[in-house]
Design a protein around this ligand. Structure first.
Ligand code: ZN
Length: 178
């Protein structure tokens, strides 16, 4: 199984809300396996299905405790605030200080179809919120203040120009930032 191409900022698939997973089956398990491989190759701590062009509500992650898959996740509670220098495999090379809730409670399903209910704090909580954003078509750029966003726009444009030159046929799409 090959590792997949990670979609980059400007790709419309990153801006669309993904659909609920209806079947947790061997096809999904294979896809999740490919995504984990892609995530480890990148390397990253998490990867959401839309980042490989799949409009389904699930993501894979590993924060040092082994590979995990979370399907149809829903945040049911949030508490506190936490600032973290956040990055994204779809916005490579850029990191932004972003404040989000510190703790969350999240429910969903694992790859065997079992219901899961998780408490997450700090890094794991941040990862869940970031990946869940991807399922809603939201990029971390949308959490920036105006000044950060102007700076980010410049950097993203630069990235896209560089990529456009090396990967002209990649179809990375037109830049559209809020
Ligand atoms: Zn991301």
């Amino acid at each position: 199984m090959a590792s997949q191409r990670i979609r980059m900022v400007g790709d419309p698939v990153l801006r669309r809300r993904a659909d609920d997973v209806t079947d947790i089956d061997s096809k999904l398990a294979r896809l999740a396996g490919d995504m984990l491989r892609t995530m480890y190759d990148a390397p990253g701590l998490g990867l959401a299905a839309p980042q490989v062009g799949v409009r389904k509500r699930f993501f894979v992650y590993d924060v040092g405790e082994g590979p995990q898959v979370l399907i149809n996740p829903v945040i049911t509670e949030t508490d506190g605030e936490w600032n973290y220098l956040e990055g994204c495999l779809s916005v490579p090379g850029l990191h932004f200080d972003i404040v989000r809730p510190k703790q969350i409670h999240l429910t969903g399903y694992d790859i065997d179809g079992n219901e899961v209910s998780l408490e997450a704090d700090e890094l794991l909580s941040r990862l869940f919120q970031h990946e869940l954003d991807h399922l809603d078509g939201v990029l971390l750029l949308e959490h920036l203040d105006e000044e950060q966003r102007r700076e980010a726009n410049r950097e993203v444009r630069k990235l896209q120009l560089e990529r456009g030159e090396s990967e002209r046929s990649g179809g990375s799409g037109r830049l559209s930032l809020p």
